[in-house]
Design a protein around this ligand. Sequence first.
Ligand SMILES: [Zn+2]
Length: 224
Amino acid sequence: MDKPTPEPDELLHRLREFHSDYFPRHQQRFQDLVAHGQHPKTLFIGCSDSRLVPYLLTGAEPGDLFIVRNVGAFVPPYDGSHGLHGTTAAIEFAVLNLKVEHIIVCGHTHCGAIRAAYEGAPEEAVNLHNWLQLANEALLPVQTSPEALYRTEQRSVVLQLERLLDYPMVRREVEAGRLHLHGWHYVIEDGLVHVFDAQQGSFLPAAEAGHSGNEPILPPSFLP
Ligand SMILES: [Zn+2]
């Protein structure tokens, strides 16, 4: 009996394509980034959702963004527990080692993490269950509806910005004017990012906003 034809290995194909097609056109940039090191100016904290593509949204090139992604684009509290918090470590590294000038927190529409924060995680997903608690303060005391989820996604972005300001190194750099915080809500179906305006306490479509994020010092529990 003949062996079945193996499934084409799509990932291997793409690795070869990267090397033969994309890389030769950008070789110099990658080699410069190795020779001179990386100096990204922006830490991008985004949801892991496959439809959120930070490089497309920001027009970034290799070397431009230091990225940490997690379920929900959440920022763990700076509580001094010094546990194995990947996102917390990435924030410290970006601010203290890389000295980034911007931190973007980017949530999005139809976020499964926000929905799960209302509806619960599978029983076996004990770590996910705990992680989703990081959205608790953004949840609304209403039945879930498309409008409630949309609003909660935006409230969560602001909540994470507030938590960032509890990081001593973040607050210090923000107060010194060397670091700027940006809260974004990406509307996947419209291709539009809504930008949090701290003075107005609301999100504005990027097409109408005069900035990509402003004055991040917020009063406690300030949520839109
Ligand atoms: Zn999401």
